[in-house]
Design a protein around this ligand. Structure first.
Ligand code: CP
Length: 304
């Protein structure tokens, strides 16, 4: 069983640890979708500390904490003392002094959650650090795949889009290879990081070839906020070459599960009809995100 203080990434987790979290997510999902309130984190406090924007992850953690009976604190960096120059470590120590049991952090700097974890008593959960990792997104993706196919082992998972800037891709490549799936990344050369195959995936620049035999096709958001100009000619041309369209989906792998971590740029990574199709698990991913975060927080602070 996973017994560490923090959840910082999947790179250093074992397949057994990942599977343990997925197993615990099953009963959490039953409670959440059944509208049951649990008291496993009664008396605990969970703080969300987001230095970057979020809709899904932040609300998902806060919902998960409340379903488990915890008190929540939402620190809005835009209106906090961070704007007066307070450091990340001092902000963390302030949260410790407020008797916070877990800090959920999103930061533009890779490694910021590790720095915080080394300096606070509270458990730290990485909700996305720069271009490094987004571990709970990957866990919810894995849970969604396992619900659909019964297993992760042996699946062919094609990840299409901005691989270079994607923390979701990195966490998923590490986790999928640990669990025995075949991960294939597809992007223009300019959106493929150098040496990406060393993470444990195959690499392609041909979406139609890569989709042959795919069980899962996952779009990755084009992260214009992290890109320098000129990595591809235009969004329309990106979509023509790399978009997950109905023609490609139904012509090549009609039974594949379509996933996307969100937010989706409709008409860029995915066409709207694919996003809304019966193949799409995008909304189920969001529901599963609450359940997987319930399991993670219960494991980290439920017994403390
Ligand atoms: N998938 C994801 O991280 O979404 P948000 O940016 O809305 O949290």
């Amino acid at each position: 069983m996973f017994r560490k203080k923090d959840l910082l990434g999947l790179k250093d987790m074992t397949a057994e640890d990942i599977t343990d979290i997925l197993d615990r997510t099953v009963s959490m999902k039953e409670a959440f979708v059944g509208g049951r309130q649990l008291d496993r984190l009664s008396g605990k406090c969970v703080a969300t500390l987001f230095y970057e924007n979020s809709t899904r992850t932040r609300n998902s953690f806060e919902t998960a904490a409340r379903v488990l009976g915890a008190r929540t604190m939402s620190i809005s960096v835009a209106t906090s003392s961070v704007q007066k120059g307070e450091s990340l470590i001092d902000t963390g120590k302030t949260l410790d002094a407020l008797r916070t049991d877990a800090i959920v952090i999103r930061h533009s700097m890779a490694g910021a959650p590790d720095l915080l974890a080394a300096n606070v008593r509270a458990s730290v959960i990485n909700a996305g650090d720069g271009m490094n990792e987004h571990p709970t997104q990957s866990l919810l993706d894995l849970f969604t795949m396992r619900e659909k196919f019964g297993t992760i082992k042996g699946l062919k998972v094609v990840l299409v889009g901005d691989v270079k800037h994607s923390r979701v891709a990195r966490s998923n490549i590490w986790a999928l290879s640990k669990l025995g799936a075949e991960a294939v990344v597809v992007a223009p050369y300019t959106l493929l990081p150098r040496g990406v195959e060393e993470l444990g995936c195959e690499v392609s620049t041909d979406i139609e070839e890569a989709m042959i035999g795919a069980n899962v096709v996952m779009g990755l958001r084009i992260q214009r906020e992290r890109q320098k100009a000129g990595l591809f000619p235009s969004l329309a041309e990106y979509n023509a070459e790399f978009g997950i369209t109905a023609d490609r989906l139904y012509g090549i792998c009609e039974n594949a599960l379509v996933m996307h971590p969100g937010p989706v740029n409709r008409g860029v990574e995915l066409s709207g009809d694919v996003a809304d199709s019966p193949n799409s698990a995008i909304n189920e991913q969001v529901t599963n995100g609450v359940a997987v975060r319930m399991a993670v927080m219960d494991m980290l602070i439920g017994g403390r």
